[in-house]
Write a protein that binds this ligand. Structure first.
Ligand SMILES: NC(=O)c1ccc[n+]([C@@H]2O[C@H](COP(=O)([O-])OP(=O)(O)OC[C@H]3O[C@@H](n4cnc5c(N)ncnc54)[C@H](OP(=O)(O)O)[C@@H]3O)[C@@H](O)[C@H]2O)c1
Length: 327
Protein backbone atom coordinates (compact mmCIF):
# COMPACT_ATOMS: atom_id res chain seq x y z
CA UNK A 1 0.00 0.00 0.00
CA UNK A 2 2.73 2.42 1.11
CA UNK A 3 4.96 1.53 -1.87
CA UNK A 4 2.09 2.07 -4.31
CA UNK A 5 1.52 5.51 -2.76
CA UNK A 6 5.26 6.23 -3.21
CA UNK A 7 5.13 5.18 -6.91
CA UNK A 8 2.11 7.46 -7.52
CA UNK A 9 3.82 10.41 -5.80
CA UNK A 10 6.93 9.85 -7.92
CA UNK A 11 4.88 9.71 -11.16
CA UNK A 12 2.99 12.87 -10.15
CA UNK A 13 6.30 14.67 -9.57
CA UNK A 14 7.69 13.77 -12.99
CA UNK A 15 4.58 13.78 -15.12
CA UNK A 16 3.82 17.51 -14.88
CA UNK A 17 7.21 18.81 -16.17
CA UNK A 18 7.31 16.02 -18.80
CA UNK A 19 3.87 16.95 -20.13
CA UNK A 20 4.78 20.65 -20.18
CA UNK A 21 8.00 19.96 -22.15
CA UNK A 22 6.11 17.72 -24.61
CA UNK A 23 3.39 20.35 -25.04
CA UNK A 24 5.96 23.08 -25.66
CA UNK A 25 7.75 20.91 -28.28
CA UNK A 26 4.61 19.84 -30.15
CA UNK A 27 2.56 23.02 -29.85
CA UNK A 28 3.78 24.66 -33.12
CA UNK A 29 3.05 21.44 -35.12
CA UNK A 30 -0.31 21.13 -33.41
CA UNK A 31 -1.22 24.74 -34.34
CA UNK A 32 -0.14 24.24 -37.98
CA UNK A 33 -2.17 21.02 -38.31
CA UNK A 34 -5.21 22.76 -36.76
CA UNK A 35 -4.95 25.63 -39.26
CA UNK A 36 -4.63 23.22 -42.22
CA UNK A 37 -7.61 21.18 -40.96
CA UNK A 38 -9.65 24.36 -40.42
CA UNK A 39 -8.93 25.59 -43.97
CA UNK A 40 -9.68 22.14 -45.44
CA UNK A 41 -13.02 21.95 -43.61
CA UNK A 42 -13.82 25.52 -44.59
CA UNK A 43 -13.51 24.57 -48.28
CA UNK A 44 -14.85 21.00 -48.13
CA UNK A 45 -18.40 20.92 -46.80
CA UNK A 46 -20.96 18.13 -47.37
CA UNK A 47 -23.47 18.79 -50.13
CA UNK A 48 -26.83 17.99 -48.54
CA UNK A 49 -28.91 17.81 -51.73
CA UNK A 50 -30.92 14.57 -51.73
CA UNK A 51 -29.65 13.49 -48.31
CA UNK A 52 -31.95 12.17 -45.54
CA UNK A 53 -32.06 13.88 -42.14
CA UNK A 54 -33.92 12.78 -38.99
CA UNK A 55 -34.56 15.61 -36.49
CA UNK A 56 -35.98 15.10 -32.99
CA UNK A 57 -37.73 18.02 -31.28
CA UNK A 58 -38.63 19.67 -34.59
CA UNK A 59 -42.01 21.09 -33.51
CA UNK A 60 -40.55 24.37 -32.19
CA UNK A 61 -37.43 26.42 -31.50
CA UNK A 62 -34.02 25.29 -32.71
CA UNK A 63 -35.30 21.95 -34.11
CA UNK A 64 -37.95 23.73 -36.20
CA UNK A 65 -35.33 26.10 -37.66
CA UNK A 66 -32.97 23.17 -38.31
CA UNK A 67 -35.76 21.58 -40.38
CA UNK A 68 -36.14 24.77 -42.48
CA UNK A 69 -32.38 25.14 -42.97
CA UNK A 70 -31.99 21.50 -44.06
CA UNK A 71 -35.01 22.02 -46.36
CA UNK A 72 -33.30 25.01 -48.04
CA UNK A 73 -30.32 22.70 -48.71
CA UNK A 74 -32.57 20.25 -50.60
CA UNK A 75 -32.77 17.38 -48.09
CA UNK A 76 -35.54 14.90 -47.30
CA UNK A 77 -36.69 15.09 -43.71
CA UNK A 78 -38.15 12.93 -40.94
CA UNK A 79 -39.32 15.24 -38.15
CA UNK A 80 -40.19 13.98 -34.66
CA UNK A 81 -41.93 15.49 -31.59
CA UNK A 82 -45.04 14.97 -29.44
CA UNK A 83 -47.15 17.89 -30.76
CA UNK A 84 -48.32 16.47 -34.06
CA UNK A 85 -50.22 19.53 -35.31
CA UNK A 86 -47.12 21.69 -34.86
CA UNK A 87 -45.11 19.08 -36.80
CA UNK A 88 -47.60 19.23 -39.71
CA UNK A 89 -47.13 23.00 -39.96
CA UNK A 90 -43.34 22.63 -39.89
CA UNK A 91 -43.59 19.95 -42.62
CA UNK A 92 -45.68 22.24 -44.85
CA UNK A 93 -43.24 25.14 -44.50
CA UNK A 94 -40.24 22.83 -45.04
CA UNK A 95 -41.78 21.64 -48.33
CA UNK A 96 -42.30 25.23 -49.47
CA UNK A 97 -38.61 25.93 -48.75
CA UNK A 98 -37.31 23.12 -50.98
CA UNK A 99 -37.54 19.95 -48.91
CA UNK A 100 -37.76 16.97 -51.31
CA UNK A 101 -39.99 14.83 -49.07
CA UNK A 102 -40.97 15.05 -45.41
CA UNK A 103 -42.59 12.67 -42.91
CA UNK A 104 -43.85 13.82 -39.49
CA UNK A 105 -43.69 11.23 -36.72
CA UNK A 106 -45.41 11.74 -33.37
CA UNK A 107 -43.15 10.17 -30.74
CA UNK A 108 -41.72 10.58 -27.28
CA UNK A 109 -37.90 10.35 -27.31
CA UNK A 110 -37.82 9.07 -23.72
CA UNK A 111 -39.64 5.92 -24.88
CA UNK A 112 -37.22 3.36 -26.32
CA UNK A 113 -39.89 1.67 -28.49
CA UNK A 114 -40.89 5.03 -30.00
CA UNK A 115 -37.23 5.74 -30.84
CA UNK A 116 -36.80 2.37 -32.58
CA UNK A 117 -40.06 2.99 -34.47
CA UNK A 118 -39.14 6.45 -35.80
CA UNK A 119 -35.64 5.38 -36.88
CA UNK A 120 -37.04 2.27 -38.64
CA UNK A 121 -39.87 4.29 -40.22
CA UNK A 122 -37.39 6.87 -41.57
CA UNK A 123 -35.14 4.24 -43.16
CA UNK A 124 -38.14 2.29 -44.51
CA UNK A 125 -39.59 5.42 -46.11
CA UNK A 126 -36.40 6.96 -47.54
CA UNK A 127 -34.13 3.90 -47.83
CA UNK A 128 -31.23 5.59 -46.03
CA UNK A 129 -30.21 7.95 -43.22
CA UNK A 130 -27.43 10.56 -43.51
CA UNK A 131 -27.76 12.85 -40.47
CA UNK A 132 -29.31 12.08 -37.09
CA UNK A 133 -30.07 15.36 -35.28
CA UNK A 134 -30.65 14.74 -31.55
CA UNK A 135 -32.22 18.03 -30.55
CA UNK A 136 -35.27 17.28 -28.34
CA UNK A 137 -34.89 18.53 -24.79
CA UNK A 138 -36.57 20.16 -21.80
CA UNK A 139 -35.39 22.21 -18.85
CA UNK A 140 -36.24 22.58 -15.18
CA UNK A 141 -35.83 25.74 -13.12
CA UNK A 142 -35.52 24.99 -9.45
CA UNK A 143 -32.93 25.30 -6.70
CA UNK A 144 -32.27 22.05 -4.79
CA UNK A 145 -33.39 23.99 -1.68
CA UNK A 146 -36.92 24.22 -3.10
CA UNK A 147 -37.30 20.58 -4.23
CA UNK A 148 -40.12 18.79 -2.39
CA UNK A 149 -40.09 15.50 -4.34
CA UNK A 150 -36.72 14.54 -5.85
CA UNK A 151 -38.27 11.84 -8.08
CA UNK A 152 -40.07 14.55 -10.12
CA UNK A 153 -36.94 15.21 -12.18
CA UNK A 154 -36.26 11.74 -13.57
CA UNK A 155 -38.16 12.47 -16.79
CA UNK A 156 -35.68 15.26 -17.52
CA UNK A 157 -32.81 12.77 -17.67
CA UNK A 158 -35.02 10.36 -19.67
CA UNK A 159 -35.70 13.01 -22.33
CA UNK A 160 -32.41 14.92 -22.39
CA UNK A 161 -29.99 12.00 -22.06
CA UNK A 162 -31.74 8.77 -23.04
CA UNK A 163 -33.80 10.67 -25.64
CA UNK A 164 -30.57 11.20 -27.60
CA UNK A 165 -28.89 7.90 -26.77
CA UNK A 166 -31.82 5.65 -27.87
CA UNK A 167 -32.17 7.11 -31.41
CA UNK A 168 -28.38 7.09 -31.82
CA UNK A 169 -28.21 3.41 -30.88
CA UNK A 170 -30.89 2.43 -33.43
CA UNK A 171 -29.45 4.69 -36.14
CA UNK A 172 -25.84 3.47 -35.93
CA UNK A 173 -26.12 0.58 -38.48
CA UNK A 174 -27.83 2.89 -41.02
CA UNK A 175 -25.37 5.76 -40.47
CA UNK A 176 -22.41 3.40 -40.90
CA UNK A 177 -23.67 2.54 -44.40
CA UNK A 178 -23.80 6.20 -45.47
CA UNK A 179 -20.76 7.35 -43.43
CA UNK A 180 -23.29 9.61 -41.77
CA UNK A 181 -23.24 12.15 -38.98
CA UNK A 182 -24.71 12.48 -35.50
CA UNK A 183 -25.52 15.83 -33.93
CA UNK A 184 -26.33 16.26 -30.26
CA UNK A 185 -27.67 19.41 -28.63
CA UNK A 186 -25.93 19.77 -25.26
CA UNK A 187 -25.68 23.23 -23.69
CA UNK A 188 -23.19 25.87 -22.54
CA UNK A 189 -24.65 25.35 -19.06
CA UNK A 190 -23.02 21.89 -19.00
CA UNK A 191 -19.70 23.76 -18.76
CA UNK A 192 -20.75 27.00 -17.00
CA UNK A 193 -22.87 25.39 -14.22
CA UNK A 194 -25.27 28.27 -13.44
CA UNK A 195 -27.55 27.74 -10.42
CA UNK A 196 -31.26 26.71 -10.55
CA UNK A 197 -30.81 24.33 -13.50
CA UNK A 198 -28.70 21.63 -11.89
CA UNK A 199 -30.74 18.69 -13.27
CA UNK A 200 -30.70 20.17 -16.78
CA UNK A 201 -26.96 20.90 -16.54
CA UNK A 202 -26.23 17.34 -15.36
CA UNK A 203 -28.24 15.81 -18.23
CA UNK A 204 -26.40 17.98 -20.78
CA UNK A 205 -22.98 17.21 -19.25
CA UNK A 206 -23.84 13.50 -19.45
CA UNK A 207 -24.45 13.95 -23.18
CA UNK A 208 -21.00 15.48 -23.68
CA UNK A 209 -19.30 12.60 -21.85
CA UNK A 210 -21.31 9.95 -23.68
CA UNK A 211 -20.78 11.38 -27.18
CA UNK A 212 -17.06 12.07 -26.57
CA UNK A 213 -16.70 8.31 -26.03
CA UNK A 214 -18.93 7.56 -29.05
CA UNK A 215 -16.66 9.78 -31.16
CA UNK A 216 -13.87 7.24 -30.70
CA UNK A 217 -16.02 4.11 -30.86
CA UNK A 218 -17.85 5.11 -34.06
CA UNK A 219 -14.91 6.61 -35.98
CA UNK A 220 -14.13 6.75 -38.83
CA UNK A 221 -17.54 5.87 -40.35
CA UNK A 222 -19.64 8.22 -38.22
CA UNK A 223 -18.63 11.73 -37.14
CA UNK A 224 -20.13 13.53 -34.16
CA UNK A 225 -20.86 17.24 -33.59
CA UNK A 226 -21.82 18.50 -30.13
CA UNK A 227 -23.50 21.91 -29.63
CA UNK A 228 -22.89 23.97 -26.51
CA UNK A 229 -25.27 26.86 -27.15
CA UNK A 230 -25.94 29.89 -24.99
CA UNK A 231 -29.36 31.52 -24.47
CA UNK A 232 -31.42 30.88 -27.61
CA UNK A 233 -34.75 32.52 -28.36
CA UNK A 234 -37.01 29.42 -28.22
CA UNK A 235 -39.97 28.14 -26.18
CA UNK A 236 -37.50 27.25 -23.41
CA UNK A 237 -36.52 30.92 -23.18
CA UNK A 238 -40.25 31.68 -23.17
CA UNK A 239 -40.43 29.98 -19.76
CA UNK A 240 -41.27 26.36 -20.66
CA UNK A 241 -39.99 24.12 -17.84
CA UNK A 242 -40.56 20.90 -15.89
CA UNK A 243 -42.39 21.51 -12.60
CA UNK A 244 -43.86 18.82 -10.29
CA UNK A 245 -43.18 16.24 -13.03
CA UNK A 246 -45.19 18.02 -15.76
CA UNK A 247 -44.36 20.73 -18.30
CA UNK A 248 -45.44 24.28 -17.39
CA UNK A 249 -45.06 27.66 -19.05
CA UNK A 250 -44.32 30.94 -17.27
CA UNK A 251 -43.38 33.72 -19.66
CA UNK A 252 -41.80 35.89 -16.92
CA UNK A 253 -39.53 33.16 -15.61
CA UNK A 254 -36.53 33.21 -17.95
CA UNK A 255 -36.90 36.67 -19.44
CA UNK A 256 -36.15 37.97 -15.90
CA UNK A 257 -33.21 35.60 -15.35
CA UNK A 258 -31.36 36.20 -18.62
CA UNK A 259 -28.03 37.91 -18.02
CA UNK A 260 -26.71 37.66 -21.60
CA UNK A 261 -28.46 38.59 -24.88
CA UNK A 262 -30.29 35.74 -26.64
CA UNK A 263 -29.43 34.47 -30.12
CA UNK A 264 -32.10 33.62 -32.71
CA UNK A 265 -32.96 29.97 -33.45
CA UNK A 266 -32.44 30.54 -37.20
CA UNK A 267 -28.88 31.88 -36.70
CA UNK A 268 -28.15 28.88 -34.47
CA UNK A 269 -29.58 26.47 -37.05
CA UNK A 270 -27.37 27.87 -39.87
CA UNK A 271 -24.22 27.57 -37.73
CA UNK A 272 -25.14 24.09 -36.51
CA UNK A 273 -25.70 22.66 -40.00
CA UNK A 274 -22.49 24.23 -41.35
CA UNK A 275 -20.62 22.68 -38.40
CA UNK A 276 -22.17 19.23 -38.95
CA UNK A 277 -21.40 19.33 -42.69
CA UNK A 278 -17.77 20.25 -41.94
CA UNK A 279 -17.47 17.50 -39.32
CA UNK A 280 -16.71 20.06 -36.59
CA UNK A 281 -16.33 18.43 -33.17
CA UNK A 282 -18.12 21.27 -31.34
CA UNK A 283 -20.29 24.23 -32.23
CA UNK A 284 -20.82 27.09 -29.78
CA UNK A 285 -23.14 30.02 -30.42
CA UNK A 286 -22.78 32.91 -29.69
CA UNK A 287 -19.05 32.45 -30.34
CA UNK A 288 -17.90 34.53 -27.36
CA UNK A 289 -19.27 31.84 -25.00
CA UNK A 290 -16.11 29.79 -25.82
CA UNK A 291 -14.02 32.50 -24.12
CA UNK A 292 -16.20 32.17 -21.02
CA UNK A 293 -15.58 28.38 -21.08
CA UNK A 294 -11.84 29.07 -20.95
CA UNK A 295 -12.22 31.53 -18.05
CA UNK A 296 -14.45 29.03 -16.22
CA UNK A 297 -11.82 26.27 -16.58
CA UNK A 298 -8.94 28.42 -15.26
CA UNK A 299 -10.88 30.42 -12.67
CA UNK A 300 -14.11 28.69 -11.55
CA UNK A 301 -14.16 30.79 -8.37
CA UNK A 302 -14.89 33.93 -10.44
CA UNK A 303 -18.06 32.31 -11.75
CA UNK A 304 -19.09 31.07 -8.31
CA UNK A 305 -18.67 34.62 -6.97
CA UNK A 306 -20.73 35.98 -9.88
CA UNK A 307 -23.53 33.42 -9.38
CA UNK A 308 -23.67 34.05 -5.63
CA UNK A 309 -23.64 37.84 -6.05
CA UNK A 310 -26.46 37.75 -8.62
CA UNK A 311 -28.24 34.79 -6.99
CA UNK A 312 -31.55 36.68 -7.01
CA UNK A 313 -31.32 36.68 -10.84
CA UNK A 314 -30.85 32.92 -11.09
CA UNK A 315 -32.89 31.54 -8.17
CA UNK A 316 -36.30 32.12 -9.58
CA UNK A 317 -39.71 31.74 -7.97
CA UNK A 318 -42.61 30.04 -9.78
CA UNK A 319 -45.33 32.64 -9.43
CA UNK A 320 -47.92 31.93 -12.10
CA UNK A 321 -47.23 29.04 -14.44
CA UNK A 322 -49.65 27.18 -16.70
CA UNK A 323 -49.61 23.45 -17.49
CA UNK A 324 -48.91 22.42 -21.12
CA UNK A 325 -51.12 19.73 -22.65
CA UNK A 326 -49.50 17.30 -25.14
CA UNK A 327 -52.20 16.12 -27.56
N1 LIG B 1 -33.05 27.69 -25.73
C1 LIG B 1 -31.85 27.69 -25.21
O1 LIG B 1 -31.40 28.71 -24.64
C2 LIG B 1 -30.97 26.47 -25.32
C3 LIG B 1 -29.61 26.59 -25.00
C4 LIG B 1 -28.80 25.47 -25.09
C5 LIG B 1 -29.34 24.25 -25.52
N2 LIG B 1 -30.67 24.17 -25.82
C6 LIG B 1 -31.19 22.86 -26.23
O2 LIG B 1 -31.75 22.96 -27.52
C7 LIG B 1 -32.71 21.92 -27.69
C8 LIG B 1 -33.96 22.49 -28.34
O3 LIG B 1 -34.60 23.34 -27.40
P1 LIG B 1 -35.25 24.73 -27.80
O4 LIG B 1 -34.46 25.78 -27.11
O5 LIG B 1 -35.44 24.82 -29.26
O6 LIG B 1 -36.63 24.61 -27.01
P2 LIG B 1 -38.11 24.24 -27.51
O7 LIG B 1 -38.63 25.27 -28.43
O8 LIG B 1 -38.85 23.96 -26.25
O9 LIG B 1 -37.91 22.89 -28.31
C9 LIG B 1 -37.81 21.64 -27.66
C10 LIG B 1 -38.23 20.58 -28.64
O10 LIG B 1 -38.03 19.30 -28.02
C11 LIG B 1 -39.22 18.55 -28.19
N3 LIG B 1 -39.40 17.61 -27.09
C12 LIG B 1 -39.38 17.85 -25.76
N4 LIG B 1 -39.62 16.72 -25.09
C13 LIG B 1 -39.80 15.74 -26.01
C14 LIG B 1 -40.08 14.36 -25.94
N5 LIG B 1 -40.23 13.72 -24.75
N6 LIG B 1 -40.20 13.65 -27.08
C15 LIG B 1 -40.08 14.26 -28.29
N7 LIG B 1 -39.81 15.57 -28.43
C16 LIG B 1 -39.67 16.30 -27.29
C17 LIG B 1 -40.35 19.58 -28.22
O11 LIG B 1 -41.47 19.05 -28.92
P3 LIG B 1 -42.84 18.59 -28.22
O12 LIG B 1 -43.02 19.42 -27.00
O13 LIG B 1 -43.85 18.84 -29.29
O14 LIG B 1 -42.65 17.13 -27.93
C18 LIG B 1 -39.69 20.69 -29.02
O15 LIG B 1 -39.85 20.44 -30.38
C19 LIG B 1 -32.95 21.32 -26.30
O16 LIG B 1 -32.27 20.11 -26.19
C20 LIG B 1 -32.35 22.36 -25.39
O17 LIG B 1 -31.91 21.80 -24.19
C21 LIG B 1 -31.50 25.25 -25.74
Amino acid sequence: MASSYFVHTLISLFITPLVLIALFAFFPFFCISRIILFLYRFVVSENMKGKVVLITGASSGIGEELAYEYARRGCSLAIVARREKKLWKVAEKAKSLGCLDVISIRADVSNVQHCKRFVDQTVKHFGRLDHLVNNAGITSLCSINDVTDITMFTSLMDINFWGSVYPTYFAIPHLKKTRGKVFVNSSSSAIMHPPSISFYTASKAALISFYETMRVELAPEISITIATLGYTDSEIMGGKHLKDGVMHIDSQLLSDATVLPVISCSDCAKSIISAICRKERYITEPKYISVLFFVKSVCPQAFEWFYRTFEHKFCIGHASSTKIAYK
